[in-house]
Design a protein around this ligand. Structure first.
Ligand code: C2E
Length: 823
């Protein structure tokens, strides 16, 4: 306010002395505040007083400042001090405490007032309450902050452009940053300035459309300020005035780069999956809510269906009824581990498969993908393994494992129902001979034939098993009586004994069968088999090719055999056997013609076990070979010793077990023993039993000829008890026939034995070989033999079997005695 202004002259006076002009200022509707030339408040009008509740006295000087809001006061003081110093007008907005205790915003506008002389008279200010405006401003600012906060935090790019000018009025941080601006620097920039010429050209048509009032959505790839490529989806929203003219456009941009890349990778992975599914041998199906929606060629190949035939159908239709529930359960539970099931081929065949399901999104939906593996080969292999584990590979019969399993089952059932069961233990006689002479292939072929014949002789419910070697076991469940077992045994003997044509020959094996019965002979599978086994040995003893039932006595025998076997092994190791010797003499002159070596097993208690009590057991338990070898060596050694000690040179007879005789290298073993002991071969004689000569004739002839070629003598022991025919004997190079003790003992009283003994003597004479009678105890027997022309004899009448020293003494004594004497 210039001092020269004539209208202000009065105002200057009023300001200089406001108290005098109170009525004048109080007439002002606005708040009047006057300060003196020093800046102290000197007057406030009624309106001020009404507003603040404070009259001039309360505001004078600097007091009025005390009612200013503490936050605003420093700034106000600064502005006021500056205006005062420079004697200038000032304006300020601040909060002033009102009469109601609250603060009101006021706009304080003060001008310096000068008197006529140009001196500062003071300041005159009018103040207006601007609370409403300020609140609105604050509110607007808060709203803007909120908008920005939201705009900056949504995962989208947002901008607001003015319609006509296409200048940016608002942009969120993400938008501004994308184009290389800040939220402030972007304001006022045109679309073209923001996104560049190329971008603008690309979207110009969309801009035209939004300006026409359309909402436009488009997608494009852009290069952002950071150089990266982005795929965006932009939405342009028009804002129109009431007349429909375009005022502005909001741009909403979503960065869909990740989304599109994910889509692309899903597409690629779907492609890959499809290629993989097409290429794999594993069947793959997709099902949605149980319906087949897709599959690969492998599953079509596996089932024989075409794609069109199965798509859209229910998966259940392709499953056998028995697996449906399980599969559907697994599907509904989302089971994801492999499990076995089965599917049906088009022709109805059941195909065992392994299924492995996965819940997976495919083509935008949730599917269950199932891999289907054909496990027919695996199943077949498993079945084969199962079969092999439970069957004998040679014959295909159940093996011991499976047999035990079945037998236990059968016994349990028999116990429940009170049935009887028979167990037949079958061992083939002479099988070893076939195997040894014709080889394993022939042996195997023979076993297969036998297995078949055994099966043929049985009924469906019967069980047959091969236990190994030439041992078979037959179980007859539900036996009505003992006789049923007899019938089966007889049928088996007849069937198995039939000659088997093999390699151009006719072979025959006969079975020895031991039978045990449940419950009579045992309650458990083990006991019943053991007892049938014991009965089988009895059958063998009784001449083979027959059957025997188990009995208690056998059980004892079996136990006894076991004990003997154990002790025999020990005796073999410790060489605890001795030989006794029995002389053989001429019947007519009494001249000593030979000596038979007979084994003895002395016991610690001074008793002696005779050969009949342990040789059969040794034979059964595979112990005869070491025993026989020892006897042979010992006999040869002893004979050689006697010869060297000057006793007469006599042949020494040694008993050969059938098993020893079948030993392939027998000839070379004998040759070796002779060489070792230095005994000349003509002083060794072997006693063979008739039954040994009944088996494989070719092999026997070969062995006998081999022995003969060495120069040893051969005698047939126990002649008459076996089944040998003349034909047999003629084929073999035999030197001697020994007439069995059982015939000799009843001559001359028993006409049958007389006839037999006489026939044997005649037979020997006709064949040009020596006859010798054993077991001669009585003079009348000697008389008979002499009468019949038997050449030699041995027996208690001459001497019993004696230990070596006794025998040596006997021989020495005999040398000096007349030849006619016997005994
Ligand atoms: N009642 C009676 N018996 C008489 C008379 N004179 C001799 N003996 C007995 O008759 C048996 C004759 O032997 P074997 O027939 O070869 O019968 C032998 C033979 O088959 C077998 N054996 C004996 N030693 C051996 C051996 O070293 N190896 C083999 N593999 N078997 C043997 O054991 C069988 C029995 O032998 P041992 O008990 O020694 O019984 C001998 C002998 O002691 C007599 O006047 N009356």
């Amino acid at each position: 306010m210039k001092p020269s202004d004539p209208n202000l002259r009065g105002i200057a006076q009023a300001v200089d002395d406001p108290a005098s002009h109170g009525a004048f200022f109080n007439a002002f509707p606005s708040l009047v505040w006057i300060a003196d030339a020093h800046g102290g408040c000197s007057f406030v009008n009624q309106a001020w007083e009404d507003y603040t509740g404070r009259a001039t006295e309360a505001e004078v000087g600097t007091r009025w400042l005390e009612s200013v809001h503490p936050e605003d006061r420093p700034e106000l003081e600064r502005v006021w001090a500056e205006a005062l110093g420079l004697r200038r007008a000032f304006e300020s907005e601040y909060r002033l405490r009102r009469a109601d205790g609250l603060h009101g915003w006021i706009h304080h506008s003060a001008v310096p007032v000068h008197d006529e002389g140009g001196r500062l008279a003071g300041f005159l200010a009018t103040c207006h309450d601007i609370t409403t405006r300020r609140d609105a401003e604050l509110d607007a600012r808060a709203k803007e902050r909120t908008v920005r906060l939201i705009a900056d935090n949504v995962p989208a790019l947002i901008a607001y452009y003015d319609g006509p000018t296409l200048e940016c009025r608002l942009a969120n941080n993400a938008y501004a940053k994308t184009w290389g601006f800040t939220v402030d620097s972007i304001i006022g920039k045109t679309v073209r300035e923001v996104i560049g010429d190329v971008g603008y050209e690309a979207i110009a048509p969309y801009i035209q459309r939004v300006l026409r009032g359309e909402t436009v959505v488009y997608e494009r790839t852009l290069k952002a300020a950071d150089g990266g490529e982005r795929i965006i989806e932009a939405t342009l929203l028009p804002q129109l005035d009431d007349a429909g003219g375009s005022i502005a456009a909001t741009v909403l941009i979503n960065d869909i780069t990740k989304h599109r890349l994910a889509e692309q990778s899903v597409r690629e992975s779907e492609d890959r999956l499809r290629k993989f599914a097409d290429a794999t041998d594993e069947g793959i199906i997709f099902a949605e809510r149980g319906l087949l929606s897709d599959c690969n060629p492998a599953i079509l190949r596996l089932t024989g269906y075409t794609y069109e035939e199965i798509i859209g159908k229910n998966i259940v239709d392709y499953m056998p009824p028995d697996v449906r529930e399980m599969v559907l359960n697994n599907v509904s539970m989302g089971y994801e581990r492999p499990y076995e099931a089965a599917i049906l081929g088009k022709d109805g065949t059941r195909i065992p498969v392994e299924l492995e399901g996965r819940v997976m999104p495919y083509k935008g939906k949730v599917y269950r993908m199932t891999a289907i593996r054909d496990i027919r080969d695996r199943k077949a292999a498993e079945a084969r393994i199962q079969f092999l584990a439970h069957h004998d590979t040679l014959t295909g019969l159940p093996n011991r494992v499976l047999l035990m399993d079945r037998l236990e089952f059968i016994l349990a059932a028999a116990q429940r129902r009170g049935n009887h069961v028979a167990i037949l233990f079958i061992d083939l006689d002479n099988f070893k001979t076939v195997n040894d002479s014709l080889g394993h292939a022939a042996g195997d072929a023979l076993l297969r034939v036998v297995a078949q014949r055994i099966e043929d002789a049985l009924r469906g419910a019967d069980v047959v098993s091969r236990l190994g070697g030439d041992e078979f076991l037959v179980v007859l469940p539900e036996l009505t009586n003992e006789h049923d077992a007899v019938q089966v045994a007889e049928k088996l003997i007849a069937g198995v004994s039939e000659p088997v044509p093999l390699e151009g020959q006719s072979l025959s094996v006969s079975p020895s069968i031991g039978i045990s019965l449940y419950p009579r002979d045992g309650a458990t599978a083990d006991t019943l088999i053991k007892n049938a086994d014991a009965a089988m040995y009895l059958a063998k003893e009784r001449g083979r090719s027959n059957y025997q039932f188990f009995n208690e006595r056998l059980s004892e025998a079996a136990f006894h055999a076991l004990t003997v076997e154990t002790r025999l092994r020990d005796a073999i190791r410790r060489e605890q056997f001795v030989l006794h010797y029995q002389p053989q003499v001429r019947v007519d002159t009494g001249a000593v013609t030979g000596i038979e070596a007979l084994i003895r097993w002395p016991q610690e208690d001074g008793t002696t076990v005779l050969p009949n009590d342990f040789i059969p057991i040794a034979e059964q338990r595979g112990l005869i070979m070491p025993i026989g070898a020892w006897v042979l060596r010992q006999a040869c050694r002893q004979n050689r010793l006697w010869q060297m000690s000057g006793l007469p040179k006599l042949p020494m007879a040694v008993n050969l077990s059938a098993i020893q005789f079948k030993q392939k290298n027998l000839v070379s073993v004998v040759e070796q023993v002779l060489a070792e002991t230095g005994l000349e071969p003509q002083y060794l004689e072997f006693e063979l039993t008739e039954s040994m000569l009944l088996e494989d004739m070719t092999a026997i002839a070969k062995t006998l000829e081999g022995l003969k070629a060495l120069g040893v003598q051969l005698a047939i022991d126990d002649f008459g008890t076996g089944h040998s025919s003349l034909m047999h004997l003629k084929r073999f190079p035999i030197d001697k026939l020994k007439i069995d003790r059982t015939f000799v003992q009843d001559v001359p009283g028993d006409p049958d034995d007389v006839a037999i003994t006489a026939a044997i003597i005649d037979l020997a004479r006709n064949m040009g070989i020596t006859s010798i009678a054993e077991g001669v105890e009585k003079p009348e027997q000697l008389a008979f033999l002499r009468l019949r022309g038997c050449e030699e004899m041995q027996g208690y009448l001459v001497s019993e079997a004696l230990p070596a020293e006794a025998m040596a003494r006997w021989l020495a004594r005999r040398r000096g005695e007349p030849l006619t004497s016997v005994g």
